[in-house]
Design a protein around this ligand. Sequence first.
Ligand SMILES: Cc1ncc(COP(=O)(O)O)c(C=O)c1O
Length: 413
Amino acid sequence: MTVGREELTGALLARLARRSPAFQHSVWDAVDLLVAGAGPETIFFGNGNPAPERVPYEAMQRASQRTWEQIGELPKRIEYGEPEGLPELRDMIAERMRARGVTATRDDILPTTGSQQAIDFLARLMLNPGDAVVVEGPTYLGALQVFDAYEVEYIVAPVDDRGLDVDRLRAMLDARTVMPKLIYTIPTFQNPTGVTMPLERRKALVELAREREILIVEDDPYCDLWFDELPPPALRSLDDNVAYCGTFSKTIAPSIRSGWVVAPTGFQKMLAIMKEVADINHDKVMMRTVLNAVPDFLDEHLVGSRELYRVRRDAMLAGLERHMPAGTSWSQPAGGFFVWVTLPEGLNAIELLPFAVERFGVAYLAGEWFYPGFSWPEASRTLRLSYSKHPEARIEEGMRRLGAAISAALETR
Ligand SMILES: Cc1ncc(COP(=O)(O)O)c(C=O)c1O
């Protein structure tokens, strides 16, 4: 979606807030263009949606029925108010956080409209224009959209196959006089690379942030979707100087917009008031439905989800192995939805994309889009593939097409 400048008169444009450019274009413009230009047979490995067959329709339907019965018994349940969220829902989330090693009570937890809103609230609370924020390079582009709106300076900490490179970050901080306010990180099955930070590095990051008095924002949407073994404990389990963002978007469905933040001590009340300012209170109908559904079905449901995504991850890694020309490399995700691919020398993922779509019927997201400004020449050879939505045979066919596109591009260089 782009706001065409022709839609705004010059006089109105001049009166917009300084932050308004953050709302005038989106990286999804490029994706929309791409999809619009692609035929129905194009295999699109772009988005981060869960598999439609893992959306628990029946469990949610039953829970929804129960919700409306409960509202009928006490209509006050859907009146305005209670911005801090349903107490029983917060208890349930606190209980689930134990699996991440996090000790929390209902008072530490604020339900939010997806974890996206949690990231926005933390940014709104902490950032003045010009403040610096550490993000991983590459990182989740929805978080970049948030930080852009607060007019920040970015410090891009590189990610290797063990997540954010803490030694490099320390050196970057040593070279500065003014410290950043936040470190935004996705340490577990990272979006977009799929990599996971081991425990030792987690400890080092938490220590560095505490030493330099920088708040960590830990974004953890994929933690339940592990394949081989449980991921390391959350950063939040190691230190209170971490705001933890969680969500049911990947385990139930994105559109229920049900996330939460585990706030550092002292933040809880401010975040609840921020919820009130943003949208008065959360969606009490959906939150009650989540509360009615999750305890009965989610853990068992997750067993099937992990199995399905593991099979798809395996199909993608096998397809990459089979079809990519020499000089191509890729990450080895142990959970989540994504594989990060680096093309052979001399290729550029943004330039390759229209060729891959038009000639070979395969699409992906270019790696540079996961950096501030949606542009990062050092990452020009990278791209993100998502295996979450496609059955194995389609993944195999998609990897065949991608391999053919890369090989053809290499020949025409
Ligand atoms: C790393 C990361 N954070 C946050 C989100 C958004 O989550 P939610 O739907 O809970 O707002 C996503 C969705 O793709 C994501 O990948």
